[in-house]
Ligand binder design. Structure first.
Ligand code: GKR
Ligand code: MG
Length: 423
């Protein structure tokens, strides 16, 4: 149970040209894979952001973990906090990746190691990770189809069109939903918005409502809409969506929008800490919180968030950024052990290419819209050394070191700026 070594492997995997309020995804997404090896030879796994500031901090912390027991999560927190305090302050991270923000560095790094420590604890005990989190209240964890407007191909470096094709119209979004649901059986749909004109994005929700009657829908403009636009769109969206995610920027604006529209508002942008949670409650700004263990400070802090949501009668769902299977399984175990998860979780996983997964057996299945858990020890997945080596090669082969959707969009539109609000 003593940590004997820790390995951090930076990796990259292919990412399609997905549009969002900050620009467009780059051809590769970055992640860090964490392996914590114990004195018994058991390995605990973790996965988190791969942006340079996070990677540097993870590597600096990793050197100080040998000798700790994997049960000493408070000791882990003390080390993470001390090492990060001694590092130079990192530059601001990607706008839409909350975990790569400098203020989140401690929570983010602690979480990455906490998952690996908990995975090792569970493996040592021969128990599934959800057992350490209080036990599964569900073995089938529901996720939603996460749709994006997108281009058919990356232009720099130029690539052949991907299998998903272009999605710039409501009809193409319906086709994308159909394909994703055929592949994975999702029972709810989220549309990433804040990129094309709001009328097109609202029309896409209307088209989805017609094509998939009764399927819960959500839309997420990532704060790219002004109050007037958000109110105007609320009239059309209100009868069609289960929640309205981050239409406007900031807690006071969210509170005003909720007051004036009456719609339930969800966020992964303005409630990302317990301090913001308190402010939000005082303003009645947000009715659904999208948790994310990567930046909320781990699985146990995310469970504390679940308790807070239950206490204040808020809904709870789960946010996602581009990720692979270790993160997917950590999300699934957490969701399985969170009784008041009131909505299906987000995941970018359908956008990952089969060959890019680093766990044994390739991509974990999502069927019937769910990740299915069993009682295999820990997270229930192992690293495939060949796949990991390939993904590390991909990291070495790309010049991307910090996610920059805005800079990538300038390759398509030279004057592009990620305005907030844009519309
Ligand atoms: O991957 O483009 C994206 C998303 O926009 C992501 O960066 C966001 O953090 O999924 C996220 C969200 O729900 O806001
Ligand atoms: Mg969001």
């Amino acid at each position: 149970m003593i940590v004997s070594s820790v390995r951090i492997t930076p990796i990259a995997f292919r990412d399609p040209p997905l549009l969002n309020a900050s620009g467009i995804h780059e051809p590769y997404a970055l992640r860090s894979i964490i392996e914590v090896v114990t004195s018994e030879g058991v390995t605990g796994l973790g996965e988190t952001y791969g942006d340079a500031p996070v990677l540097n901090a993870l590597q600096a912390i990793a050197e100080h973990l040998a000798g700790l027991t994997v049960y000493d999560l408070n000791g882990l927190r003390a080390i993470v906090t001390r090492i990060i305090a001694g590092l130079p302050a990192p530059a601001a991270g990607a706008l839409l990746a909350p975990g790569s923000q400098p203020a989140k560095l401690v929570a983010n790094c602690f979480s990455a190691f906490e998952v690996a420590f908990l995975d090792a604890q569970a493996r040592l005990a021969g128990l599934p990770l959800h057992a350490l989190l209080g036990g599964a209240v569900r073995y089938e964890v529901p996720f939603s189809a996460y749709l994006f407007f997108k281009y058919a191909r990356h232009i720099e470096p130029e690539q052949t069109p991907d299998a998903w094709g272009e999605a710039l119209t409501p009809a193409q979004i319906v086709d994308q939903a159909r394909r994703m649901i055929e592949l994975h059986g999702f029972g709810s749909i989220k549309l990433k918005a804040g990129t094309l004109a709001p009328d097109i994005e609202v029309a896409a929700i209307e088209a989805l409502a017609n094509a998939f009657p009764g399927v819960p829908l959500r839309i997420d403009p990532n704060a790219a809409w002004s109050m007037d636009t958000a109110l105007r769109c609320a009239d059309r969206l209100g009868p069609l969506i289960e929640y309205y995610e981050d239409p406007v920027d900031g807690l006071p604006a969210m509170a005003e929008l909720h007051r004036r529209s009456g719609l339930p508002l969800a966020t992964n942008m303005v409630v990302t800490s317990f301090e913001q949670f308190r402010t939000s409650i005082a303003l009645d700004a947000v009715q659904i919180v999208l948790s994310d263990h990567h930046y909320w400070g781990g699985l146990r802090e995310s469970q504390a968030l679940g308790v807070m949501c239950r206490t204040f009668d808020l809904g709870l769902s789960m946010h996602s950024n581009s990720h692979l299977g270790i993160s997917l399984m950590a999300m699934a175990h957490l969701a399985a052990a969170t009784p008041n998860l009131t909505y299906a979780c987000d995941t970018h996983y359908p956008w990952v290419e089969e060959d890019d997964e680093v766990i044994c057996g390739g991509k974990r299945e999502i069927t019937g819209g769910c990740v299915r858990l069993d009682d295999s020890p820990g997270l229930g997945v192992k690293l495939d050394p060949d796949r990991l080596a390939r993904a590390h090669e991909a990291f070495l082969g790309t010049s991307i070191r910090t996610r920059d959707d805005e800079g990538q969009m300038r390759k398509y539109q030279r004057e592009y700026r990620a305005l907030r609000p844009r519309y």
